[in-house]
Design a protein around this ligand. Structure first.
Ligand code: SF4
Length: 426
């Protein structure tokens, strides 16, 4: 057995490279230094929701087997070029509707990751599920594969709202989904909820929040609806069939959520995300999303997936059909590009510093640490962005906090004005 140690003192074991015959001596010790994440895009949905502008499709389930094969090829391709010092510590099945994948197909993807990358022991593995597509056998199957975090797209606890949104599930299925997940063994469950829906009153939203609180899940993600062109809601808005978002009401909904969740022991750790603590005091955040917010590396596999590795931002071709063809025709490209890459961009140090600050400020408790920034870039945050930071402090939007290190973060006043702050660092 090979032992792997991560330099920050966390300890992992990994046998994966043995399978590939990459290690020669039985007592090799690997030093793993680059914590990295994997995102897998599953672009299938039973039916398109009326507000959805994600890269997802209904009526193409016949592609699913070939799609998974192509994803597996892409994983293998990337794994074969991936440096030895990369440790995968989070995996995220997003979509689309990953819970449309059978256990067998999900297993094929996870096996491919196990065989081609070093994995933390255990990695956080999240799967997004639509409450209208799950039963106990499926949920248990995912859990047995190592999926240890379930994210349920609940969106609302009002059946009329769910219908208006075009969701395929009802309230009862959300409640049952959480119960099934608990029975299967999940101790980390997230619910996605949306506010600012057409004709939604603050009381409607409050009822949704109360219903979600009843389920006592570990994590809540709350998003304000946006109406995008090209969606059914976009068309309806043009025709006057629905009213436009009321920004003031949406702001009231957000503030109500901040108060209610705070009273119910959820900590507001990111602009749209709240988490509880476990019995040992650990905040049950989504570690995968923290990787994005900390501007750290990740691979993206599948149609339209994005990646960030070796200072390259990469995007794959959107349509699953084209994705499959491109992967199958695969030709040698320079790592970390894949045969399905349609866009890549080299991130300069100065862009990386801007991104790190802009994304890090989304973290409301942690913010951006001066020491962390210095360790990463060898530069003093206050010297690089001093004037802009001071300007935003004067406006009451940023503040310094002194914990174990000096940190810059948003003031509560800025939670709703995040974009005003982020724009300064673009
Ligand atoms: S289930 Fe999610 S990804 Fe699928 S159409 Fe609805 S909002 Fe879009």
């Amino acid at each position: 057995m090979h032992q792997c140690f991560y330099l920050d003192g966390e300890h992992y074991t990994s046998l994966n490279r043995l399978v590939k015959g990459k290690l020669s001596a039985p007592n090799d010790i690997l030093i793993l230094v680059k914590k990295t994440s994997i995102y897998i895009h599953i672009p299938f949905c039973e039916r398109r929701c009326r507000y959805c502008d994600f890269n997802t499709y209904s009526g193409i389930d016949y592609l699913m087997q070939d799609y998974v094969k192509a994803v597996c090829r892409e994983i293998k391709w990337m794994g074969s070029y991936c440096p030895e010092d990369v440790l995968i510590h989070t995996i995220y099945f997003g979509g689309g509707t990953p819970s449309l994948l059978s256990i067998e197909l999900s297993e094929q993807i996870l096996n491919q990751i196990h065989q081609n990358f070093h994995l933390a022991s255990p990695p956080e593995i999240t799967l997004e599920a639509n409450p209208g597509t799950i039963d106990f056998e499926k949920i248990k199957g995912y859990y047995q594969l190592g999926v240890n975090r379930l994210s349920l797209g609940a969106q609302s606890f009002n059946d009329q709202e769910l219908k208006l949104l075009g969701r395929i599930h009802n309230i009862q299925q959300i409640i049952e989904g959480v119960e099934l997940a608990r029975r299967a063994g999940f101790s980390q469950i997230n619910l996605d909820l949306m506010f600012g829906l057409p004709d939604q009153s603050i009381n409607d939203w409050e009822k949704t929040l109360f219903a979600a609180l009843q389920l006592d899940v570990e994590h809540l993600s709350l998003y304000g609806l946006t109406i995008e062109p090209g969606t059914v809601f976009g068309e309806w808005l043009k025709k006057g069939k629905i009213s436009d978002i009321d920004d003031d009401l949406a702001a009231d909904c957000y503030e109500l959520a901040c108060d209610l969740l705070d009273q119910n022991h959820y900590e507001h750790y990111e602009i749209s995300n709240w988490a509880k603590r476990d019995t040992e005091g650990n905040l049950l955040t989504c570690r995968h999303n923290l990787q994005y917010w900390k501007n750290l590396p990740y691979f993206g596999f599948g149609a339209g997936a994005h990646g960030f590795f070796n200072n390259m931002r990469i995007a794959n071709v959107y349509h699953p059909d084209v994705y499959i063809k491109k992967i199958n025709q695969g030709y040698p490209l320079e790592f970390p590009l894949s045969p399905a890459t349609i866009e890549s961009h080299y991130v300069t140090k100065s862009e990386e510093m801007n991104d790190t600050l802009m994304l890090g400020l989304r973290l409301l408790i942690e913010g951006v640490g001066v020491n962390d920034f210095y360790q990463r870039f060898g530069k003093d945050l206050t010297l690089i962005f001093g004037d802009k930071i001071q300007e935003l402090i004067n406006k009451g939007l940023l503040e310094w906090v002194e914990a174990e290190q000096k940190r810059l973060r948003l003031t509560p006043r800025a939670y709703l004005l995040g974009n005003v702050v982020f724009r300064e660092f673009v």
